[in-house]
Design a protein around this ligand. Structure first.
Ligand code: KIV
Ligand code: ZN
Length: 515
């Protein structure tokens, strides 16, 4: 491994999925994994195989599908977790087991109820077991950001002796400060006698908004793997954002003196895909991937840019893929052109029926909207697939009207377990009326935590992408729906959320052990 190269380890599908409401289906995870492979990330953490049969299946399918990136499964430092991870990773061209145990006094005492000696012993046993099953083993000291440096040195030396080839130092609760975290990495590399036998990795959470700064400080002090997620998705305030890490390394190579193998032109398409699948919008002023990241409003800036782009721009929008949302297909495009365009976008169909269904929807869309862009196709597949999941509720018919003179009203028909049911309701607006009408049938008693609509492409004929987040009994789901009519998109999103609430499987959280 070239010492100037930083390994990019993407954990969107594992830590990203731990964001409340970001649960993804297997199919959605495979689509994101394909996009990450096109982005040329080095390692894809595909999930936590023991968490549920669904997680196992997702890791296993991604391991079968992805050829160019290593595929990783998380596992606690427990025999059953490690065996399950190894089984899920069997088909991988390059598989990695990532095993972890907490090392901070507060976690060892209150969460694990174990002594430091017991923690070291369990870590060593886990790493050895993993190494007997797979060559590539990563060991993480959970809550390293609040662990004692002497204990970290001790457990890491033992883990390297046991066969771990990547040592990850997570700032699990986002507590670290850049100068201090960088210094911890420096000390570990200097003090641990066998440190040269492993790559040091960092994994920073963003509770204080410092995840990217902490990761870069660690790189300056010798870390050569960064764990990060697309759009900074992740538990609580999220993880270090992949796009910011990669572009900081590329743009400030003069200072950082390292590089990554990431194909930066695929950053924006991957960001859009993750946002549309999870229903987590990207804030407009988000670095690199926000809609305003390259927009210049002030006259002075515009004037400067026209004279010389570098007066106000440190990166080129096209280098991160802002211009790659290409106009692709039109009304006259045939099934083969549609299929090969989808393959180019990393989307394949499991059956002829699925291709036919998607192609049928494409034709309907092309009749409404003359120009079809890559993002329209991604949204169309999301819509076809979210509707092919187990469906209790299905939208059959909808009329909603809003006038300046009267109260908005909606009338709709929904199938519930195959039985058509009708409802009519009034509301503050057509969407409010629709949601009330749907609820009068479903009576889910879920709390509407978030409703958002955004345009997929520019222009008034753009499809609307609606997200609805529902919360019930501590469970959170994000439904999404797309349509050229934003009111219909909103109804689809609400119904999709109800279906998710109804079907969502339980799974174990790796850090708490709870579902
Ligand atoms: O934040 C964390 O500590 C983690 C570990 C499981 C690597 O996600
Ligand atoms: Zn984490």
């Amino acid at each position: 491994m070239n010492n100037d190269q930083v390994i990019i380890f993407d954990t969107t599908l594992r830590d990203g999925e731990q964001s409340p409401g970001a649960a993804m289906t297997k199919d959605e995870k495979v689509r994101i994994a394909r996009s990450l492979e096109m982005l040329k990330v080095d390692v894809i953490e595909a999930g936590f195989a023991i968490a549920s049969p669904g997680d196992f299946d997702a890791v296993n399918t991604i391991a079968k599908t992805i050829k160019d990136s290593a595929v990783c499964s998380l596992s606690r430092a427990l025999p059953a977790d490690i065996d399950r991870a190894a089984e899920a990773l069997k088909p991988a061209a390059r598989g990695r087991i990532h095993t972890f145990i907490a090392t901070s006094p507060i976690h060892m005492q209150h969460k694990l109820c174990m002594t430091p000696d017991q923690v070291v012993e369990q870590a060593v046993t886990a790493v050895k077991r993993a190494r007997n099953l797979i060559d590539d083993v990563e060991f993480s000291c959970e809550d390293a950001g609040r662990s004692e440096i002497d204990f970290l040195c001790r457990i890491i030396e033992a883990a390297i002796d046991a066969g771990a080839r990547t040592i990850n130092i997570p700032d699990t609760v986002g507590y670290a400060l850049p100068h201090q975290y960088g210094d911890t990495i420096r000390q570990l590399i200097e003090r641990i006698p066998n440190a040269d036998k492993a790559i040091f990795s960092v994994h920073c959470h963003n509770d204080l908004g410092l995840a990217v700064a902490n990761s870069l400080s660690a790189v300056v002090h010798g870390a050569r793997q960064v764990e990060c997620t697309i759009n900074g998705l992740g538990e609580r305030a999220g993880n270090a954002s992949l796009e910011e890490i990669v572009m900081a390394i590329q743009t400030r190579k003069d200072e950082l003196k390292v590089s990554t193998g990431v194909n930066t032109q695929h950053i924006v398409p991957t960001s859009r895909l993750v946002s549309s699948i999870t229903g987590f919008p990207v804030q407009p002023n988000k670095a690199i991937v926000g809609a305003n990241a390259f927009a210049h409003e002030s006259g002075i800036h515009q004037d400067g840019i026209l004279k010389n782009r570098e007066t106000y721009e440190i990166m080129r929008a096209e280098d991160v893929g802002w211009n790659t949302n290409r106009l692709t297909l039109g009304k006259l495009s045939g099934r083969n052109a549609f299929k090969s365009k989808m393959e180019e976008l990393g989307i394949s169909f499991d059956s002829k029926e699925e291709l036919n269904e998607a192609f049928g929807r494409f034709k309907v869309l092309a009749d409404k909207k003359s120009e079809i862009f890559d993002d329209d196709l991604q949204a169309l597949v999301s819509d076809v697939r979210s509707n092919s999941e187990e469906e209790k509720y299905r939208l059959i018919d909808l009329q909603a009207c809003s006038t300046t003179q009267s109260t908005p009203e909606a009338t709709l028909t929904i199938e519930v377990d195959g039985e058509p049911m009708e409802a009519r309701s009034q509301g503050d607006g057509p969407v409010d009326a629709i949601f009330k009408a749907i609820e009068s049938i479903a009576n889910s008693q879920a709390h509407l935590a978030l409703y958002n609509v955004s345009a997929i492409t520019s222009g008034t004929d753009s499809q609307g992408d609606a997200s609805v987040r529902l919360e019930k009994d501590g469970r959170i789901v994000n439904g999404s729906g797309t349509d050229t009519d934003v009111v219909i998109a909103s109804a689809k999103a609400y119904i999709n959320a109800l279906n998710l609430l109804h079907s969502q499987r339980t799974k174990t959280n790796p850090q708490t052990g709870h579902v």
